[in-house]
Write a protein that binds this ligand. Structure first.
Ligand code: HEM
Length: 933
């Protein structure tokens, strides 16, 4: 061949080129793929690269068998249309023989002609008309199941597999899917075995001695299929009534008739009949399943074509089931199906053999060469289809196949060419048209609830991002709720700090299963969980505004409104500016006295409990509420008390509904108790805050003096003259809500966990006390003392590492965005978990669950090896917590004053049960015993 200009990879003993092919395939299949239909280099990398290196036609070796690959259109035509039998079908061997036996697909000569005639008759246009009602009935069964399947996962591929089997069973064998089921399942298993053994070289003789488990299984399956088919045949025999009665008009009936034909030339054997039935089960359902699955997938991505196809289906059929006349008029659908078959041909390569030397074009082909015609290569050839070859453009076929291919019959041949063209061509396309029309007629919302998610999942998987599969409507929410409920259903057995698997069990197990970045679904919302530090940094730095905050909805919106933590753009920038000024380190000096007063009020209460048990978590909640009320709003806790109580109730509602999927529109008609309650709370909070604002306005009017606190700054902005900085009263309410909320829940959590950790790590409690006494003595702390409390700083940081109050934060992408190596589709939510990063042994080492403040002895950057997102209790980037210094100052003031006065040990009544109710908190509080220093 080489002397005739046909080159190829060198033959290697004994495997030929099979090992290279397998390696190339393994590599390309494991490589993430960009979102495109450019599947040729992925599916057949050997053909793709060898045609580039050796030319349109090349030779390679399967063991010692030469294989001639031909991608030149003229030669393909010559091979496939040859009527002298120069290129017969290849002999089936091994598993393929078990699968297809000696059937229409594989046979030659007389044997073939006899059955082809019969099959032509069965699948003739006229006969197909009679099959339309049967096909619609089968689709109806499938759609009925979808309607009632109650949120469980639908695997499209499997569904279409069942459908096409049902159709082939009903139409060709007169039995329902149920009867054909075991045959289909066995054929499917045998197909799988055949496919995964395609590239294995078999050495004659060896398989007789050394039988692999596949071989044993394949033999069993072959026998099983045979006996099931015999049952089907026996049943039909029994049904045969009178002498003159025939066996039925379907394929089975026809086949049975010719096994009994009086003319020996027309007759076929029982074995042959079994092989034909087997082959039709295989060929009839696998190909159509592929066609349907890819069509649905392509329509999911191309909603414009989906809409066109739907409009056409409605125009032709209305709400009725498809009729055979109408099917012929589905022009748009036809174009879509053709384009789908071009991009994703179910049969990738056709094969023939050369038994005696033959002239093909200018080539002399020696005997015993197998010929390979890779359909995929031609369908993806830019010289034939143009530069847009990888795009889905059904309009190519607007004026028929001949026009689309420029009359090149070998440019598009998904069903083959010449006399051996697929006998089921019309059967398959009819079935696909019926199924697609019926799906489109019924499921207008299909795109949103099913196709889109499946598509996004697919795109992410191509990029190497896996995750739990999307389930209709509910996504993974049910699994997540179940996992979280189960994980927190009991207290922890010991005082372990390994709380990651408890608070976020889904993230904990899915990063192990799917990798550091994976995709899961909150109902219809795709959510990418990102724990790779580089990607986390990129997201939170939010260059070009690619990763904005998510829009709060439902109860969370009622809780936080559009305040600083959720607002975006200019509104956020203005408010952030204002808040930065108020919570700036310098300004904080002025609020330390208020923090001291609030702590003194708390310690006053504690005096009565010396030597007794105190639940400090609730105590800290009052303390932090008092502090934020006094410092930000110039009012006492008592005044703010009802606001906090309402906020807490609202927080509980947010938390218990966090994973409930809300279907838009429904909540307007059906209000739950939580809906009613939360509306009341929202109104209550709003009017209480408005009262505080009003009073302050009156006071400042009377006294002409400004307190300079947060509320004052808000009022200034409200009365300000610069238009862009003006904020409305509604905005002020949202800001106040945000600060009331963010300012106390978080610091309560920090203080609560710090006291717990110090009560069980006495040496650190002692070290912290020594430091306070050394620096502050018995006085109240002053501003200068705060940064000098180094040990306390380490303790707070290690507490925040182990028990970050905010276990995860969210962002989103509004438009398609490149994140590191990934391309994220628009409208994806991103979840970043400080908790996951803080508990990652790769970052922190194996002693990750131990309380070791010494990690932070030389600062955060040393502790994290200069990985700035490894420790991020306050977030990262421009949206870092504005209250960071405030919270740390408050915690240091309160802790110093407690340590000066009390030693504390953990009460035996303490139950270690960290949970997340918005923040990570101790479910049953923190119970300690106080004793005076
Ligand atoms: C231990 C205490 C605290 C922790 C662990 C904490 C944590 C956080 C985190 C993780 C964020 C970033 C959220 C995101 O990126 O989506 C954040 C933002 C914020 N925090 Fe804090 N916080 C604490 C205390 C406070 C305090 C005391 C205040 C108010 C006085 C406060 C007010 C805010 C506000 C307003 C934002 C939004 C900032 C923006 O988006 O520009 N936080 N906090």
């Amino acid at each position: 061949m080489s002397s005739q200009g046909i080159k190829g990879p060198d033959y290697k003993f004994p495997y030929g080129n099979t090992k290279e092919i397998m390696n190339m395939r393994n590599q390309s299949m494991n490589k993430p793929m960009d979102i495109s239909h450019d599947i040729f280099p992925r599916i057949q990398p050997h053909v793709y690269s060898w045609t580039k290196i050796y030319g349109k036609n090349y030779l390679n070796w399967h063991g010692s068998q030469a294989q001639l690959f031909i991608t030149e259109g003229e030669l393909i035509k010559e091979v496939l249309t040859n009527r002298e039998g120069a290129y017969p079908k290849m002999d089936m061997e091994g598993y393929a023989k078990k699968l297809l036996g000696e059937a229409l697909i594989t046979n030659e000569g007389e044997k073939w002609a006899k059955v082809r005639k019969l099959a032509n008759h069965t699948f003739h246009a006229e006969s197909l008309k009679n099959m339309v009602p049967g096909m619609s009935a089968s689709v109806e069964v499938m759609l009925d199941k979808w309607r009632h399947h109650g949120g469980k996962e639908i695997d499209v591929f499997n569904e279409f597999g069942l459908l096409t089997t049902e159709v082939i069973s009903r139409t060709a064998f007169g039995s329902s899917y149920k009867e054909g089921k075991d045959i289909f399942e066995m054929v499917a298993k045998l197909t799988a075995i055949t496919v995964w053994n395609v590239y294995k070289v078999r050495f004659p003789g060896i398989s007789m001695l050394l039988r692999s488990s596949d071989e044993i299984e394949a033999e069993k399956l072959e026998k099983g299929i045979k006996s099931s088919i015999l049952e089907l045949v026996a049943k039909r025999e029994k049904e045969k009534k009178g002498e003159n009665d025939h066996f039925g008009n379907d394929y089975l009936g026809q086949l049975m008739r010719i096994t009994h034909d009086s003319n020996i030339n027309k007759r076929i054997t029982l074995e042959q009949m079994i092989d034909e039935i087997k082959a039709l089960y295989g060929a009839g359902h696998l190909t159509t399943t592929n066609l349907l699955a890819w069509s649905v997938f392509l329509l999911a991505i191309h909603s414009d074509w989906q809409e066109k196809a739907r409009t056409e289906a409605f125009e032709i059929f209305g709400y009725k089931n498809p009729s055979s006349d109408g099917i012929a008029r589905l022009k748009t659908m036809n174009m879509i199906i053709n384009e789908c078959l071009r991009l994703y041909p179910p049969v990738l390569t056709m094969t023939r053999k050369v038994e005696r030397e033959v002239r093909l074009g200018n080539l002399n082909i020696p005997t015993n060469i197998n010929i390979y015609l890779p359909i995929l290569a031609l369908h993806h050839n830019p010289q034939i289809w143009g530069k847009d070859v990888h795009l889905f453009k059904p309009e190519r076929f607007a004026e028929g196949v001949a026009k689309a291919t420029n009359n090149n019959a070998a440019a598009f041949f998904p069903f083959g060419l010449g006399p051996r063209t697929c006998v089921g061509l019309n059967f398959t396309t009819n079935e696909a048209k019926i199924a697609l029309s019926m799906i489109l007629q019924r499921y207008k919302f299909l795109n949103k609830v099913w196709l889109k998610p499946i598509y996004i999942q697919y795109c992410m998987r191509l990029q190497g991002i896996n995750g739990p599969s999307y389930k209709l409507l509910h996504g993974n929410t049910k699994e997540i709720i179940q996992m979280r409920r189960y994980a927190t259903s009991r207290a922890m057995e010991d005082l372990s700090h390994n709380i990651f698997p408890r608070i976020l069990p889904d993230v904990n197990s899915w990063i192990r299963l799917y990798g550091a970045t994976y995709l899961n679904w909150y109902g219809l919302q795709p959510q990418l969980v990102v724990t790779e530090p580089e990607l986390v940094k990129e997201i939170l730095n939010n260059k070009n505004d690619n990763y904005p905050k998510i829009d709060l909805e439902g109860y969370a919106r009622k809780l936080l409104g559009d305040g600083l933590s959720s607002s975006k753009g200019e509104k956020w920038a203005n408010m952030r500016n204002l808040a930065n000024k108020v919570f700036h380190a310098e300004s904080l000096k002025n609020v330390i006295p208020e923090m001291i007063t609030s702590t003194e009020i708390m310690l006053e209460r504690w005096k009565e409990n010396e030597g007794k048990e105190v639940e400090v978590f609730d105590e800290f909640r009052v303390l932090t509420s008092e502090v934020i009320s006094r410092t930000a709003f110039g009012s006492s806790y008592k005044e703010g008390k009802n606001i906090f109580e309402m906020l807490m109730k609202l927080t509980l509602i947010v938390s218990r509904n966090a994973h409930k999927i809300r279907f838009p529109g429904i909540s307007r008609f059906l209000k739950s108790n939580d809906d009613i309650e939360s509306e009341k709370l929202e109104e209550g909070i709003k009017s209480s805050i408005k009262r505080i604002i009003k009073r302050r306005e009156q006071e400042s009017g009377e006294e002409e003096s400004s307190k300079g606190d947060f509320l004052d700054k808000l009022l200034e902005a409200n009365h300000g003259t610069s238009k862009s900085k003006l904020i409305s009263v509604e905005d002020m309410v949202d800001e106040c809500k945000t600060f009331y909320f963010a300012g106390h829940e978080t610091t309560t959590s920090l203080l609560g966990w710090t006291i717990l950790l110090l009560s069980i790590n006495k040496e650190w409690q002692e070290k912290a006390r020594e430091e306070v006494i050394e620096l502050v003595g018995q006085n109240n702390p002053i501003a200068n003392d705060i940064p000098r409390l180094k040990t306390m700083n380490m303790i707070l940081e290690e507490t925040l590492r182990l028990y970050p109050p905010v276990p995860f934060i969210k962002r989103k992408v509004d438009k398609k965005v490149k994140l590191g190596r990934l391309t994220l589709p628009a409208h994806t939510e991103l979840l970043i978990s400080p908790l996951a990063l803080h508990h990652d042994p790769k970052i922190w080492g194996e002693d990750i669950d131990l309380f070791k403040p010494e990690r932070f002895a030389v600062g955060v950057s040393q502790a994290t090896n200069n990985n700035p997102v490894a420790f991020m209790p306050f977030g990262f980037g421009p949206r870092t917590c504005v209250g960071l210094n405030f919270a740390i100052t408050e915690a240091k003031v309160a802790l110093s004053m407690i340590l000066q006065r009390y030693k504390f040990t953990l009460s035996s009544n303490y139950v270690h049960s960290p949970i997340q109710v918005f923040m990570v908190r101790p479910q049953h509080g923190v119970k300690i015993i106080l004793s005076k220093v």
